[in-house]
Design a protein around this ligand. Structure first.
Ligand SMILES: Nc1ncnc2c1ncn2[C@@H]1O[C@H](COP(=O)(O)OP(=O)(O)O)[C@@H](O)[C@H]1O
Ligand SMILES: [Mg+2]
Length: 370
């Protein structure tokens, strides 16, 4: 899968620009605040209909304008598709080959991206919901069944939480209805636990390989931490464990008025030589673990979909020493993948890894191919 072209009209600091991409490596070079991240952001929006940048400056429409448009041409398995997203003060219009799209699920498979930004350090540092989100996004990209079951789980969870409150407030002794909901919830929970475990096992097939080829040392593992202790992940073991946990903690859940066990409270962490990277790793190690995690994600994605997502790397070199920059570029260059990279400079970059790349100069909302 790749993106051939993009056109931005009144998007952030761009009035009107078009870019044709190389099918392999693309590098955008420019000083700070020139529009490098904005370019990557526009590609993310074209892929997912929303930005990956949380919080800071949600207004993507160029100052003093009232409408913006991102359009692009993507190619997947020889099929060329025109995508566009128009945003104005009233909302968003999403189009595929000039046809309006209403359902997000009908849109997001045209362009898959994997983004790595300096903010991703949060994945190690932040609360579990950040990591769960990431896991959900990754699993959703490779399994429609996962999206379906995960949504069903959340609906049941809401129903169950509401009913726990009803039971508590009304002092109803009959909990037959709760048991019915609980059994249904357990069915969905088993599936989610199994899929997440399977996914993390797959991540571990690749992550250390990437970590080692960039850093020269190995020992990185991702540890899944389901919110109940599971030794075995077969259907019956998880079912028994969950049933037992819910039974044992009925009064506790009643008091809290919510479901406190289940995959909605899962977590995972990065382990390096036996320690949790969150507490024992340097910032550099943490970043490289996340980067390796995302590279592993690409390999898994390829395994499942037989196509490759587009890799977006924002300001990556500033995070890495010279040796690691070149190692990373070597890996990307050898892989059959389209990459779009931003950087302030190409100092100490080995020319042989970028000789086929398209280089673009970004300055104050203007993009020129070098
Ligand atoms: N809605 C907007 N309209 C116009 N300019 C914007 C808008 N949002 C951000 N900018 C400008 O974009 C620039 C930052 O671009 P960015 O891509 O983040 O820079 P960098 O090259 O450092 O990655 C800043 O100059 C900022 O003022
Ligand atoms: Mg930037």
């Amino acid at each position: 899968m790749r993106i051939n072209r993009i056109k931005l009209v009144n998007f952030r600091n761009y009035s009107n620009v078009s870019v044709s991409f190389n099918k392999k490596m693309n590098i955008f070079i420019g000083d700070n605040a020139q529009g490098k991240t904005n370019i990557l952001e526009s590609i993310v929006i074209l892929a997912l209909t929303k930005s990956h940048r949380v919080g800071n400056n949600p207004n993507i429409i160029k100052f003093d304008k009232n409408k913006c448009k991102i359009s692009g041409v993507v190619k997947n398995n020889k099929i060329v598709t025109k995508l566009s997203i128009e945003v104005d003060t009233l909302g968003k219009k999403v189009m595929v080959n000039s046809t309006n799209i209403k359902k997000l699920a009908d849109y997001i498979s045209y362009l898959n991206v994997i983004v790595f930004t300096p903010d991703d350090l949060e994945i190690v540092k932040s609360s579990p919901n950040v990591r769960r989100n990431l896991l959900n996004i990754q699993l959703s990209q490779i399994s429609e069944e996962y999206i379906k079951i995960y949504n069903e789980y959340n609906k049941l969870l809401k129903t169950r939480n509401e009913y726990l409150k009803v039971l508590f407030e009304n002092n109803i002794a009959d909990k037959a209805y709760l048991d019915i909901i609980t059994d249904k919830l357990i069915e969905k929970a088993i599936f989610i636990y199994q899929k997440r475990k399977e996914y993390i096992d797959l991540v571990n097939v690749y992550i250390n390989k990437y970590y080692k080829s960039i850093t020269g040392t190995d020992g990185i593992i991702v540890r899944y931490v389901p919110n109940i202790i599971l030794e075995d992940y077969d259907y019956e073991s998880i079912r028994k464990k969950l049933k037992h946990t819910f039974k044992k903690n009925y009064l506790k859940e009643l008091n809290y008025g919510m479901t406190i066990f289940g995959p909605h409270r899962d977590d995972f962490y990065f382990e390096y030589k036996g320690n949790d990277l969150k507490f024992y790793g340097s910032q550099g190690q943490q970043k490289l673990a996340i980067l390796s995690f995302k590279l592993a994600e690409i390999s898994i994605f390829k395994e499942f979909t037989r196509t490759s997502p587009v890799l977006l790397l924002d300001d990556i070199f500033s995070e890495l020493d010279v040796k690691k920059r070149n190692k990373l570029l070597k890996i990307i260059n050898e892989d059959d993948i389209q990459s779009i990279i931003t950087t302030t400079d190409l100092r100490n970059i080995n020319k042989k890894y970028i000789e086929d790349a398209y280089l673009f100069k970004v300055s104050n909302g203007i993009i020129e191919r070098k």
